[in-house]
Write a protein that binds this ligand. Structure first.
Ligand code: SAM
Length: 234
């Protein structure tokens, strides 16, 4: 991360009041795809990380059972709460939470996780940690819209500032999801540097083995079976 969490929070506190007036077509397309792909059921709980002023959380609160919006900027959260009140939405709650410590209420069982234009503030290693934390909540679907590189990074593009942002390649993100037990089911390029990834939990409610666990499993599979191993297993 090129700035501390407090510095990012302060930057967004400052922009909060004007944030909604400064959006690009690509951002809007990305947000719309995230909402469409999240597609929560009536009784689903959605966790929206880096929720900002509620671009994703508020429309999802129209259809989901419960939406939990988390962010580090109190200024952005205040805007989101105001909009929820104006729209009379009672299924959405906004509060402090961060990618690697989302502060999910004890009584929440998260079905879908969304995040739009926020994860690129983390370094690649931190994104991987964040994806592992999200996977630990065992949602069936994760929808990530963000600045991401389908081709070569180009700092002259308007979607990120190299001094504060740290976007990943699509390959790095895809690997992180796969290693966390999720399979990519949709890849939606919006621009060469903006897109949406949809990841679904692998297996029928069971997490796929991750990291060292997966490597150990693969090594065991490739070893010739001995009599004693067969006996132990039976
Ligand atoms: C560009 S805004 C996007 C807001 C919203 N998701 C949207 O689509 O409009 C990025 C948001 O991510 C938040 N953010 C940055 N780093 C974060 C972190 N580590 N954990 C949670 N939120 C973070 C910022 O405070 C900001 O509100």
């Amino acid at each position: 991360m090129k700035r501390s969490l407090d510095e990012h929070a302060a930057r967004f506190d400052e922009k909060a009041a004007e944030y909604d007036d400064t959006k690009s077509d690509e951002y809007r397309a990305c947000a719309s795809l995230v909402v469409d792909h999240a597609a929560p059921d009536r009784d689903d709980t959605v966790l929206d990380l880096g929720t900002g002023t509620g671009a994703i959380a508020l429309p999802l609160a129209e259809t989901a059972g419960r939406v939990i919006g988390r962010d580090i900027s109190e200024g952005m959260l205040a805007e989101a709460r105001e909009k929820a009140a104006e729209r009379g939405l009672e299924t959405v709650e906004f509060g402090e939470g961060r990618f690697r410590d989302p502060n999910v209420p004890d009584d929440a069982d998260v079905d879908v996780v969304t995040t739009n234009f926020a994860m690129h503030h983390l370094s690649d290693a931190e994104k991987r940690e964040a994806i592992d934390v999200i996977a630990g909540l065992e949602p069936r679907r994760i929808v990530l819209g963000d600045v991401m590189f389908f081709g070569e990074p180009d700092p002259s593009e308007p979607f990120y500032g190299p001094e504060v942002d740290d976007p990943a390649t699509v390959g790095v993100l895809a690997d992180a999801f796969t290693d966390a037990g999720y399979a990519l089911t949709a890849v939606e390029p919006v621009h060469e540097q903006v897109g949406v990834l949809v990841a679904e939990r692998v297996g029928d409610g069971e997490r796929a083995p991750v990291g060292a666990e997966a490597e150990a499993g693969a090594a065991a599979e490739s070893e010739p079976e001995t009599e004693s191993e067969t006996e132990t297993e039976s």
